[in-house]
Design a protein around this ligand. Structure first.
Ligand SMILES: Cc1ncc(COP(=O)(O)O)c(C=O)c1O
Length: 485
């Protein structure tokens, strides 16, 4: 039996063949006797209505971007257009097997190749790979590329250190350390990189400086060109954490700022559903000099055909099964094409406008440590709440009772009792005003109510320490726990 797919959006065509062609599937041997069931399965006896009610109730206990504002700073929780979902579900996309012969998935390979070209234009970096499965995975792969680059130049034993600003997302130092580098933090000056301190820290030991711009305090690093010059002057590489690309989409790009290698979070900037650890796509984009080190396989176009190329001797190798997360790639491709160049620029402008509007209003309720114009997100400090015996965590829980999601809390770490708010471009002014009103009700509530929140959810305040130490990971654990209580 063979499978043909001329275009990604066309249904697959299966063909029965009696000849034993090289593409014929292998014969699966019968299951060994000891693995076979001895008795019939006992299915639960439930009516259709009972099942429908069960799942409907479960869905009502869930909170998602489709039910309310979700301003998690650094996470870019924006609306995912339903049209991209419909496209991703089409049989030509969802029935493809990652290990099908290349000749049968020409449509998918073409889409991958086209998306890589679009992301290259968006980042200003010529070489792109869609392989990593998440932002942190992209960071780690990029750090392996940095290693391979310096190994090739005979400098690896010397260049053992990665520098990071104190605003860096936690995954950045973790990725550098996992790739075998030591890490060193550069303190900020008013929320941005302290250029003088960076210059003092740079040395012949430095392999890379990892930075996101705008940073996680929502501030654009206005000295980025000087930063790039200093890093390159020391013979090191500059890495771009693209998780905040939403703020600069179509307005500027990491290539213009002097970055050598970047990861992008397709699941954030290009609007595909994410949360709870997945799914993700942490695309890599690299300058020409780092292109040979990207993971294999790379998609190449030869005439009118596409193929996966493994013949890249300098590559860091394969970092994920199959090629990447195709469902996310497809959604991102559709999202980019549906918005076009001007639409993408509008995303960034609107996200920045939303953020500054909310920052100026919420800044009247809680102090803002960095009082300049911000990009796509901003930071508040819940420190004054401590005077009435309340912490940022209590405010976050109280917001849930308002039917909205809390912002990111306790990050960035350099701000006491921090809250990081990101209200992306898909939130209307009416939604922003609703969120601000909810925030005001929460922050001005009594300390007792704040500490007792949330009251209206199916799960109230959980014992987080106990949850971490004694996690209930299956329905059997839950049954045992409820029998004990
Ligand atoms: C600035 C920044 N960098 C990196 C990451 C890691 O991305 P992922 O969660 O896809 O691994 C995040 C995720 O929140 C982030 O906000």
């Amino acid at each position: 039996m063979t499978f043909h797919q001329a275009r990604w959006d066309e249904p697959p065509v299966w063909e029965l063949s009696t000849s034993s062609s090289p593409e014929a599937p292998p014969v699966i041997p019968a299951l060994p006797e000891k693995l076979r069931r001895k008795a019939a399965v006992r299915w639960p006896e439930l009516s259709e209505l009972e099942v429908v009610r069960h799942y409907t109730r479960l869905s009502q206990m869930n909170f998602g971007i489709d039910t309310g504002t979700y301003p998690l700073g650094s996470c870019t929780m924006k609306y995912n257009p339903k049209v991209t979902e419909l496209l991703a579900r089409r049989p030509g996309a969802s029935n493809v097997h990652p290990y099908q012969p290349e000749s049968t998935v020409q449509g998918s390979l073409e889409l991958t190749w086209r998306l890589e070209r679009l992301l290259s234009r968006i980042t200003g970096l010529p070489e792109v790979s869609l392989q990593p499965a998440a932002g942190a995975h992209g960071e780690y792969a990029a750090m392996l590329m940095v290693r391979a680059y310096f190994r090739d130049r005979g400098e690896l034993s010397e260049r053992s250190e990665v520098l990071l600003p104190d605003t860096a997302h936690g995954t950045n130092p973790a990725s550098a350390a996992m790739a075998g580098f030591t890490t060193r933090e550069i303190r900020d000056k008013d929320g941005s990189v302290d250029l003088e301190e960076l210059r003092r820290a740079l040395s012949a030991k430095t392999a890379c400086f990892m930075l996101t711009n705008p940073n996680t305090a929502g501030l654009f690093e206005s000295e980025i060109l000087e930063i790039a010059e200093a890093v390159h002057g020391a013979g090191a590489l500059l890495y771009y954490d693209g998780a905040n690309l939403n703020a600069i989409l179509g307005v500027t790009h990491p290539g213009r700022m002097g970055f050598d290698v970047a990861h992008l979070n397709l699941h954030k900037t290009f609007s595909t559903p994410h949360g709870g650890g997945g799914p993700g796509a942490g695309v890599l984009a690299a300058a020409e000099k780092l292109g040979p080190y990207l993971p294999v396989p790379r998609v190449v176009k030869e005439g009118r055909k596409f193929r996966l190329d493994y013949e890249r001797p300098k590559s860091i190798g394969k970092i994920k099964t199959a090629y990447g997360n195709f469902g996310l790639d497809l959604r991102a491709y559709a999202y980019i094409l549906s918005l076009g160049e001007e639409g993408l620029r509008h995303v960034a402008r609107r996200a920045v406008l939303n953020s500054n509007y909310a920052a100026s209003r919420l800044g009247k309720l809680l102090p803002r440590p960095f009082r300049t114009l911000v990009k796509h997100e901003f930071v508040l400090s819940g420190a004054p709440l401590k005077e009435k015996g309340v912490r940022t965590l209590d405010l976050a829980k109280r917001l849930l009772d308002e039917g909205v999601h809390a912002p990111t809390v306790y990050f960035p770490a350099m701000v006491e009792e921090s809250l990081m708010v990101e209200l992306p471009e898909t939130e209307s002014k009416r939604e922003l005003d609703g969120y601000i009103a909810a925030f005001e009700r929460a922050v001005t509530d009594t300390p007792e109510n704040l500490r007792a929140a949330p009251r209206s959810l199916s799960v109230t305040r959980v014992d987080e320490v106990r949850a971490a130490r004694e996690p209930l990971l299956s329905w059997k654990d839950l049954r045992v726990a409820s029998a004990k209580s």
